[in-house]
Design a protein around this ligand. Structure first.
Ligand SMILES: Cc1cc2nc3c(=O)[nH]c(=O)nc-3n(C[C@H](O)[C@H](O)[C@H](O)COP(=O)(O)OP(=O)(O)OC[C@H]3O[C@@H](n4cnc5c(N)ncnc54)[C@H](O)[C@@H]3O)c2cc1C
Ligand code: FES
Length: 527
């Protein structure tokens, strides 16, 4: 995974493709005047769209056609073949559609070779399909307030406008920067491989142009659900017709002597990542406290900057609880091959000047300490407002909280999972965005059940893994293929039933699994 430069591969689609060679649902990757384009046949329809994903630039030809959509192989965004619209996150921008022309007298029926004669030519790029404008709608007098300018909050605000909601949108964020691509903060940006601009999901102009009143450094301290307003720390009040809580999660703080020294860092916000990048410019030795995703990704990024890294964690195998012992041991070896030293089965007991002392008596030199020991959902605002809480904000299948008109999405939301029957809460970027999108539609009265399959990914050095489903507890893992050869599927089973699977270099299988699980889920929804 990463960003990819589009190349002119495959046939020149402007020169034409014989209809007899087009198989239903199979994508043809070609180019038109130097731009990569996908040509797809669905039944008797032909579609041509841009060939690269608008998220991180994956080639959509490596993904999957499902109905009249294309799913991206990397992070599973879905685009409409008919309109180019980015139907599901993490892609936020549409792809362009291209005009397809058939030669006179051509026919496209049945299987290839049968009744398929003539040629398809891809002509010019079409203008984006006009969405209904929000400036002339009926809800002018309504206000939707969104608390939280992260993945879920931003996605919700965008969808409200895409759905032609014409009322006010107030997006209140305690952050001091624009909504950002949080996963980038521990990966490419921290490693020095991505620009500062790549962190921002949308520019300030985007919010202005879409009449989204984004207020930064706006810390909401109270909700009056009875009278329908939220109150900021400075006393300002914002009345709402509907409210979305998307306050995310906050890092767990280290409670040991020296934890507040200036060279001890956490990583949640863009400001945190900038501070780390700045320290990394001169740091020589880092101690990373915590051997979970953030810790391991930070370690990989600091190694890319040639900083010596020690990782400290209480577990004996990193990531074992989430990914199982085999993946955990593989990750440890991967990091060790890159020069990282592990100190497992222990924790830090104090930080003193430039020495981190461990409970087992070891001492580690560090001019930079990064703490990644987990996060807690930011539920205090919801709690004070009297919303039902259960290790997160309790929501129903429409992402509505126990108080009608107040919705919750993202890291704070615990929702009923149709697949397992359990109430689950996850901390995944794509899930947060998709929940923001569903919550937005439901704030407009559309009763859309949240039935997306959880998905996350991690990248460390040149290794990436995608995870589909949700297995909080499993009793068996099953590896098909080889981790060492970086070509495998790891299934997580409970009582013989596969709840989730992780994929290494098997993007298509990951997509197919997500689609299978989604179908199973929809079957439950329709029961
Ligand atoms: C460094 C890092 C790397 C990650 N990498 C991955 C990854 O590779 N894959 C993956 O799937 N997930 C990853 N995640 C997790 C993912 O980013 C989160 O699950 C996702 O951002 C959650 O979205 P959210 O909208 O719920 O919360 P957030 O994106 O955290 O946004 C919460 C927002 O709420 C605001 N807020 C909080 N309280 C208040 C208040 N009282 N008033 C006003 N505003 C408030 C905050 O300022 C913030 O703007 C990563 C997270 C981090 C920190
Ligand atoms: S590159 Fe397509 S979803 Fe990320």
């Amino acid at each position: 995974m990463g960003t990819e430069e589009p190349k002119s591969t495959g046939p020149d689609l402007a020169q034409g493709v014989a209809l007899a060679t087009l198989t239903d649902g199979i994508m043809i990757l070609g180019h038109v005047r130097g731009e990569p384009v996908l040509l797809v046949r669905r039944g008797e329809d032909l579609f041509a769209i841009d060939a690269t994903c608008t998220h991180y630039g994956a080639l959509l030809a490596d993904g999957l056609v499902v109905d009249d959509t294309v799913c991206c192989p990397w992070h599973h965004a879905r685009f409409s073949l008919r309109t180019g619209e980015a139907l599901t996150a993490p892609a936020l921008n549409p792809v362009s559609c291209w005009r397809v022309e058939r030669s006179p007298g051509s026919a496209l029926e049945g299987t290839p070779g049968q009744h398929c004669t003539g040629v398809a030519y891809v002509r010019e790029k079409l203008p984006q399909v006009d969405r209904p404008s929000w400036s002339c709608g009926a809800d002018k007098e309504r206000t939707i307030v969104i608390v939280g300018g992260g993945a879920a909050g931003n996605a919700a605000a965008e969808i409200l406008r895409r759905e032609a909601y014409s009322g006010r949108i107030t997006l209140l964020s305690a952050d001091d920067s624009l909504p950002c691509d949080r996963p980038n903060l521990s990966k490419a940006y921290l490693a020095g491989a991505a620009s500062e601009e790549s962190n921002i999901l949308r520019s300030a102009e985007f919010y202005r142009d879409h009449e989204i009143d984004l207020q930064l450094r706006a810390n909401v301290v109270a909700i009056d659900a009875g009278r329908g307003y939220v109150e900021l720390q400075d006393g300002t009040r914002h009345a709402y017709g509907a409210l979305l809580l998307a306050t995310g999660a906050a890092p767990v703080k280290l409670g040991i002597p020296g934890a507040d020294l200036p060279h001890v860092h956490y990583l949640r916000t863009l400001a945190d990542s900038r501070a780390l990048v700045s320290k990394a410019a001169t740091a020589r030795r880092a101690v990373v406290i915590g051997a979970s995703f953030i810790g391991l990704e930070v370690a990989a990024s600091l190694r890319a900057r040639n900083i010596e890294v020690d990782i400290v964690g209480p577990e004996t195998v990193p990531m074992e609880k989430i990914l199982g012992a085999d993946v955990g041991k593989f990750l440890r070896k991967l990091h060790e091959e890159h020069g990282v030293k592990f100190h497992l089965g222990t924790t830090a007991s104090s930080i003193d000047g430039h020495i981190v002392t461990l409970k087992n008596g070891e001492t580690l030199a560090a001019d930079l300490v990064v703490v990644g020991i987990g996060v807690r959902p930011a539920t205090s605002l919801a709690e004070r407002a009297g919303l039902a809480i259960d290790r997160g904000v309790t929501v129903n299948e429409y992402l509505e909280t126990s108080v009608p008109g107040i919705f919750a999405a993202g890291d704070i939301a615990r929702w009923p999972d149709r697949l397992t029957g359990d109430r689950i809460r996850v901390e995944h970027f794509v899930v947060a965005e998709r929940q923001g999108q569903t919550a937005a539609r439901n704030m407009l009265g559309q009763r859309e059940v949240f039935a997306a399959v959880p998905f996350f990914w991690t990248e460390q050095y040149d290794f990436s893994l995608a995870y589909v489903g949700h297995a909080e507890h499993w009793d068996k893992t099953d590896i098909e293929g080889s981790l060492d050869e970086r070509d495998c599927t790891i299934s997580y089973l409970h009582h013989g039933r596969r709840l989730a699977a992780a994929f290494v270099h098997r993007d298509l299988e990951g997509l197919r699994t997500e689609i299978e699980l989604a179908k199973a889920m929809m079957a439950h929804v329709n029961d």
